[in-house]
Design a protein around this ligand. Structure first.
Ligand code: ZN
Ligand code: ZN
Ligand code: ZN
Length: 438
């Protein structure tokens, strides 16, 4: 019998009874072919690979991360809570040392879900990785975490949730936002005024192949991870960079994904996108499982795999050479920018519009942060949708100083209920979540 050099935990939850619609790309078939492949290859018979049943995420798990408007049950189904719960289960199995590495093959995905949730964006309602990470921070006293997002789309939700958090490094590789949803994720997006350098964006040209992905992992991701020194590395493992994916334009392959997984060596991987349900997902998932378990993956190959046909152009190789230099250069400047912000600003604001493409809701946000010298700063979000729903949300960060915590309480208590439908306080220091209603 085959024995895995490293113990690997698997959670498998295809959400058989839930889909956005029967023909939507994010539907239950996404994982059925993988399930067949996993059974056929006898993966679960390998000594050291263990399957776990997902837990249900709780309201508390949600309230550490999100402000759901008007409330949690308006934006989630039980399937979403099991998907987030599956990520949580796999994380616990790793931190309890039942296994060395963990992979959650779950859906619906989560990396487009931002801090405020009025509905679904990019097939995502709640951010399953962020819920997992914040649960771990409370339950296991984990502090520094790195999330490496290898989904083809920019993980704008995860970026938003960790934009102001200097203890969470968010690195995203994705197809250039000028050519793909959601249109964000450029190298100058480096994090908020008190967390500059904790967000790293690596936009790739359409038709980038294995060589390009691995060059970016070696040239940017691994050096930055080494310097950041995370206690835990999480891979948002989206598999829609595959050359057969119907909604993207990249030329990545199962061998490439397995090599990337081996080099990244994440503690936990959580499935995100991937819509080539028959041509890619079974092979990519198998490659990732074998790589995480330390097993030989060299025989994993798509039936129509032709490396010459999907090879990236010379221009793409040159683009990546210069991109690696540029991203590293930006990142080196971050400590100085951070220091300058703390010396010159008291508060910082940003205004933006967020479109919920899955639910057709347009949101206007004004975010305000105290640029504090002693902590990452208390944050407020004033959010109004085109349906007329208006909320005010206050986030007191995990390591808030006393002044920021008191200011947050004051913002929450004095917000005028004649202007807002709901006022929220998420006090991560006191582990409290309070709501004022009109
Ligand atoms: Zn990504
Ligand atoms: Zn994606
Ligand atoms: Zn402070």
């Amino acid at each position: 019998m085959l024995t895995a050099p490293r113990k690997l935990g698997l959670v498998f939850f295809p959400a058989f009874d839930w889909a956005i619609s029967p023909t939507h790309p994010e539907r239950e078939e996404r994982l059925l072919y993988t399930q067949d492949q996993v059974f056929e290859e006898g993966v679960l018979d390998i000594e050291g690979i263990e399957e776990f049943k997902p837990d249900l995420a709780t309201m508390q798990d949600l309230r550490r991360v999100h402000f759901c408007a008007p409330d949690e049950w308006s934006v989630v189904t039980e399937s979403h809570l099991i998907s987030a719960g599956g990520a949580k289960t796999i994380a616990m199995s790793v931190l309890d040392r039942k296994v060395d590495r963990g992979l959650a093959l779950v859906r619906p995905p989560g990396h487009h879900a931002m801090r405020v949730v009025h509905g679904a964006r990019g097939f995502c309602n709640i951010n399953i990785e962020a819920m997992m990470v914040e649960f771990l921070r409370d339950a296991y006293k984990i502090d520094r975490v790195a999330i490496v997002d290898t989904d083809c789309h920019h993980g704008d939700g995860t970026q938003d949730i960790y934009w102001h958090d200097p203890d969470t490094l968010y690195i995203s590789l994705h197809q250039d936002g000028r050519t793909l949803y959601p249109g964000t994720g450029f190298p100058h997006e480096l994090g908020g005024p008190t967390a500059v350098g904790s967000t790293i964006n690596i936009p790739l040209l359409p038709r980038t192949s294995k060589e390009g992905f691995l060059q970016v992992i070696d040239g940017i991701v691994l050096p930055i991870l080494k310097e950041f020194q995370p206690e835990l590395v999480v891979n948002s493992a989206g598999q829609d960079n595959h050359y057969t994916d119907p909604i993207t334009n990249m030329n990545f392959c199962a061998q490439g994904y397995a090599q990337l997984t081996e080099r990244l060596d994440a503690d936990i991987a959580v499935l995100e996108g991937g819509y080539s349900i028959e041509g890619a997902l079974p092979y990519v998932n198998l490659g990732i499982i074998l790589a995480m378990a330390g097993l030989d993956y060299h025989t994993v190959r798509e039936p129509d795999y032709d490396p010459v046909k999907i090879r990236q152009s010379e221009d793409t190789t040159q683009y990546i050479d210069s991109l690696v230099g540029k991203v590293i250069e930006y990142w080196r400047e971050c400590p100085d920018i951070l220091e300058k912000n703390r010396n010159t600003k008291k508060f910082d604001e940003r205004e933006r519009t967020i479109f919920y493409d899955t639910d057709n809701i347009l949101e206007n946000q004004r975010e305000r942060i105290r640029v504090c010298r002693d902590c990452s700063g208390v944050l407020s979000v004033d959010s109004l949708t085109d349906r007329g729903y208006h909320i005010f949300a206050v986030h007191v960060p995990r390591k808030a100083c006393k002044a920021c915590q008191e200011l947050g309480r004051e913002w929450f208590e004095t917000a005028n209920l004649r202007s807002y439908d709901r006022v929220f306080l998420q006090d991560r220091l006191e582990r409290e979540y309070l709501i004022r209603k009109r």
